[in-house]
Design a protein around this ligand. Structure first.
Ligand code: ATP
Length: 330
């Protein structure tokens, strides 16, 4: 079923947290809401969940208007950042809780819980209490609990942000595989661009209560539509048309107020005593060096592998790869 959000606005008092949001989420899509702290992504998720109201616009799931349906009756599964498990219930009881409330027969509950615990790799932990589990394990239980009631839509609110980097990476893959297998449409809130780019079918990039751009991870990264997206997702050098013209970038004359966004990997440098560029700063990132290079009174971000003599002050030839960069709205 399709979730359709149209012209949705939400106020907290006089503060507008969501501004005319339009978004459609298809049958078995995994969509990430990505944006900086305070941009409204959690608010949007909570509105979809039915935990917050809204002032204008429409919210439909399939042919149902959700405005008159309470959170309990929407049939959605929700996982929060803090695991929010019932502390006095075991893993098995936590996962089976929703089914028990629905008066499912005990044998059926046992069967489904066992299946779900296998899915999240916790079959050996069924009789433990939440405090006897690691953060990653608790979040697996929370996911299993949300899935137990066979939700028609799964809502994940920064489910991985409290976990350490290794567990986070592991769970990313697991959640994505599980979602594909179960084919449940999913919305995940994150402020982590890598998480959004690696997990989502489509990324919804939000800023100050508005959607800036919706696209596949590839589109969002390679063809950002606005300055905000070019800047928030990955790193970019942003140049005015006049500055881009100085570097011989095509299309600068017709660019108007648009900005030219250039990824560091689009700019190559070669150490050359006769070169017009000057290395301003080098940051070692392990597999590559991120370099700030001055040229034509501008400063560009560039990327390079190991180069002997790559130090501040060195002279360099600078090349922008042909066809690289995009013009974005200011
Ligand atoms: P974060 O990543 O920090 O959670 P977010 O993008 O999820 O950020 P929201 O929690 O949706 O942001 O908040 C959006 C804006 O609405 C923020 O400016 C926040 O201060 C405001 N806000 C959220 N909840 C309330 C509330 N109950 N009352 C008043 N303002 C609120």
């Amino acid at each position: 079923m399709t979730l359709t959000i149209t012209g949705l606005s939400k106020f907290y008092g006089s503060f507008q947290a969501l501004k005319e949001v339009d978004l459609e989420i298809g049958d078995d899509e995994f969509v990430c809401l990505l944006g900086p702290s305070g941009c409204g992504k959690t608010t949007l998720l909570r509105v979809v969940a039915g935990l917050e109201g809204y002032q204008s616009g429409t919210l439909r799931f399939g042919d149902r208007d959700l405005s008159t349906i309470g959170a309990q009756d929407r049939g959605f599964g929700i996982v929060f950042q803090s695991y929010s498990l019932f502390p006095h219930l075991t893993v098995r009881q936590n996962v089976g809780y929703g089914l028990k409330i629905r008066k499912t027969a005990p044998a059926e509950i046992a069967r489904q819980v066992e299946h779900l615990l296998k899915t999240v790799h916790l079959e050996d932990y069924a009789d433990r209490y939440p405090w006897q589990l690691s953060g990653g394990q608790q979040q697996r239980v929370a996911i299993a609990r949300a899935l137990a009631v066979e939700p028609s839509l799964l809502l994940l609110d920064e489910p991985l942000s409290a976990l350490d980097a290794r567990v986070r990476a592991e769970l990313r893959g697991e959640i994505r595989d599980m979602q594909r297998r179960l084919r449940v449409p999913t919305i995940m809130v994150t402020h982590d661009q890598e998480e959004a780019l690696t997990m989502a079918d489509r990324v919804v990039c939000m800023n100050a209560g508005r959607i800036e751009q919706i696209g596949s991870p590839e589109e969002i990264y390679s063809r950002p539509a606005t300055r905000f997206v070019a800047d928030f997702v990955g790193s970019s050098t942003l140049l005015t048309a006049e500055q881009a013209a100085r570097l011989g970038v095509e299309g600068a004359a017709a660019a108007g107020s648009r900005l030219f966004a250039l990824r560091p990997e689009d700019v190559t440098i070669r150490l050359d005593e006769q070169g017009p560029g000057r290395i301003r700063n080098v940051t070692f990132l392990g597999n590559v060096n991120r370099v700030k290079v001055g040229i034509e009174g501008l400063e560009l971000l560039a990327e390079t592998g190991r180069l002997p003599g790559l130090v501040e002050g060195a002279a360099a030839a600078v090349e922008i790869l042909p066809g690289a960069g995009v013009w974005v709205q200011p």
